[in-house]
Structures are given as C-alpha cells and as structure tokens.
Write a protein that binds this ligand. Structure first.
Ligand code: SF4
Length: 164
C-alpha cells in the first residue's frame, strides 16, 4: 500500500495539534473531493514499517494531542491492514493520545467488526456529498457525514455521536 503525505503539525483535522497521515488510493471519487491527488493507488510513496516508525517519532512530543488518519481512503481493502498496523502501534506507544480517522465507508455497514476500530477513538464516516456541503460543520465537509465516538459506540453497542 501507499501513502500520500505525513503532516507533522496539523491543526485542521481533529482537536489540538496533531500528526496527520494521508493514505493513498480512493475509489469513491466524490464530486469536489478536497484531495483528488490521493485517488490513484499508484501515487504517493510506499507505506512501510519505517513510515510507521517515523510517524511514531513525530508523535513523541507533549504538544501532539493525537494522530489523524485521512485519505485517500484509509479503510479501502488495499489500505486497511496498514492503517490497522499504524493505529495499533500508535496506541501501544501512546495510550493517552487519541486517533481520529476519516473514511468514506459506513460505520455500521462496513466497519463495525474491523479490528482497526479497537484502536480508534473517533471516526468521521461517509463520503463527501457536495450538495450537502456546509462550511460551518466541525470536522466534516457535508452534513451526511458523522463524527462518531467509537469507544462509546462499541461499549454501548449503538452509534454514539461526538458532535451532534
Ligand atoms: S472518500 Fe474522501 S478522499 Fe475519497 S473521493 Fe471522497 S472525499 Fe475524496
């Protein structure tokens, strides 16, 4: 699998100052996607154990609140193993920091049983729908997308939204 970019200080994707990893490859091709250069699965750079090591090193600062994983599509079958490995390694090293993930897939239908959810704190799910774009929304581009508290959702066996 491949990734597009690692941002070492990101204040736009999730709360606080974060490290962000943009995975490479997405088949959804949403109209007016914010990041179409991430669509091609052959673009970007190879995602390796060294990439994970480098990301973990960047996170080793008190002012880094957490890790954000975006795309591209982190949960596409091509990418989900790498996303899982990164999320697991991050949580083992930084149990008090949080992980936010953005995915075009649906939490209940596509992702609920995936191992990766064990390591994720917040999932913003659903494809971007240009007709539902709303610039006042926090952490998401269109009103169909949901900011889901994954820990609470798994604990209560129902979908719990972090932002209503
Ligand atoms: S799911 Fe995300 S990365 Fe993929 S096309 Fe839609 S907005 Fe772009």
């Amino acid at each position: 699998m491949r990734y597009n970019l690692v941002r070492k200080m990101d204040i736009s994707n999730g709360p606080g100052v974060r490290v962000s990893v943009f995975m490479q490859g997405c088949t959804f091709h949403c109209k007016n996607c914010f990041n179409p250069e991430t669509w091609d699965f052959k673009g970007g750079k190879e995602f390796t154990d060294d990439t994970i090591k480098g990301v973990l090193e960047l996170c080793d600062k008190d002012y880094i609140k957490g890790l954000s994983i975006l795309g591209g599509e982190p949960m596409h079958p091509t990418n989900i193993d790498g996303t899982t490995k990164l999320a697991k390694a991050f949580k083992e090293k930084y149990p008090k920091k949080d992980i936010w993930v953005w995915s075009g897939f649906n939490f209940e239908k596509d992702l609920k049983d995936k191992e990766v959810l064990k390591y994720i704190d917040v999932l913003v799910d659903g494809q971007y729908v240009d007709e539902l774009h709303d610039p006042t929304l926090k952490w998401r581009g269109s009103s169909n997308q949901r900011v889901i508290d994954i820990k609470e959702s798994l604990k209560n066996n129902k979908t719990v939204l972090l932002v209503k």
